[in-house]
Design a protein around this ligand. Sequence first.
Ligand SMILES: *Cc1c(COP(=O)(O)O)cnc(C)c1O
Length: 452
Amino acid sequence: MLLGKSLATWCQEYPLLNQLIALQETSWFNPRIARAAEALQDVGLTQADVDDASARLVRFAPYIASAFPETAASGGIIESPILAAPHLQALLAERYGLNGSGALWLKQDSHLPISGSIKARGGIYEVLKHAEELALAAGLLKLTDDYALLDSDAARAFFGRYKIAVGSTGNLGLSIGIISARLGFQATVHMSADARQWKKDKLRAHGVIVVEYDSDYSVAVAEGRQQASADPYCHFVDDENSTSLFLGYAVAAERLQQQFKDAAICVDAEHPLFVYLPCGVGGGPGGVAFGLKLAFGDAVHCLFAEPTHSPCMLIGVHTGRHDEVSVQDFGIDNLTAADGLAVGRPSGFVGRALQRSIDGYYTVSDEELYRLLALVESCEGQRFEPSALAGVPGMARVLSEEQGYRARMHLTPARMAQATHLVWATGGSMVPETEMAGYLAKGRHLLQAEQA
Ligand SMILES: *Cc1c(COP(=O)(O)O)cnc(C)c1O
């Protein structure tokens, strides 16, 4: 029994569950989608909150440029480029049997400095915000100071009295651990069993304490939260509920707006924008989608992508039970090679905040992620980690859907012909060469097997 109902009753009420439990690739377009002006009222945060986060990142830019010289070229602003992907688009059209429609682009969060994944947005932002609060309260810093002064032994000694803790499948831990240790904090990362060894090694090399668990992400988070709550000097980064993480991600949208302007890409009702976001617990894709809705309103259509073994957000939103249910409750194992996405229970905050803002949700098999990893490398020369490929099939899901979604959203063929499809490629540049070679070999092998 689950929340008072048998599994059979659940499946009767939500037939889509049968497909998800059978681990079939699934797409679901949200019938409750509402206009942005109305839907965003569910979030409880506004443009002013995103502006505040954006301004904070600008204040910290001199510090980031000083502490991480690789960001000097962008003046200490942590941002990734966009890249047109015409070859990939042609391959996808062939692979999924599509008629060319619109233009496909990649958002290379794989190349974000410092931690090589989308977590360099929210994760780093939350630690900076906490550091700023502590330093302001102690009189170590004024809002008008050049924040580069925080890159000093005196500041590190001050932050050394405080601790930062987080639970993670890998990438969030990398981001939080690296920035926390660089500022001088005592950082602890609670890692789930699926976290890659190289991520643990890298963190330890930065002086971060890594605590390993035999269980999945939810347990690592719960343990971390428990240990941190007993210590008043410890700040726990709560991936499931944090609004500052969420706002750090949301700042991506105004940056993207500028990048589109520079690339002469128009986004409006006649030129819709589709954004495909890999989803784990939901904070990253949720924060980015929130920012995108504020920036582009009803012209942007966001879809979340999950592994077939971890469709936690799809199930949470589809059933309306959010974090009250996990994929394991339905007999789905949450075992996937897409380590950033191996999350069995979604953020209840994000699921509820965006329940009328996200156009659709879909799942991708691990095998397909590997095949796409090899395809993207061969046709665009880009290397991503498996989770980062989840956005790639999104365009095909939208173009081939037969649930009446495009009609409902007035996405006419004329509009679709002028659409921009943006795949959020969430990570990969820090994957070690040997590990990446293994991913590529696996992907090529699966592609060959498919052709045979
Ligand atoms: C964490 C992560 C995501 C998803 O972010 P959530 O906030 O967990 O939903 C997607 N891709 C990669 C590579 C990640 O590390």
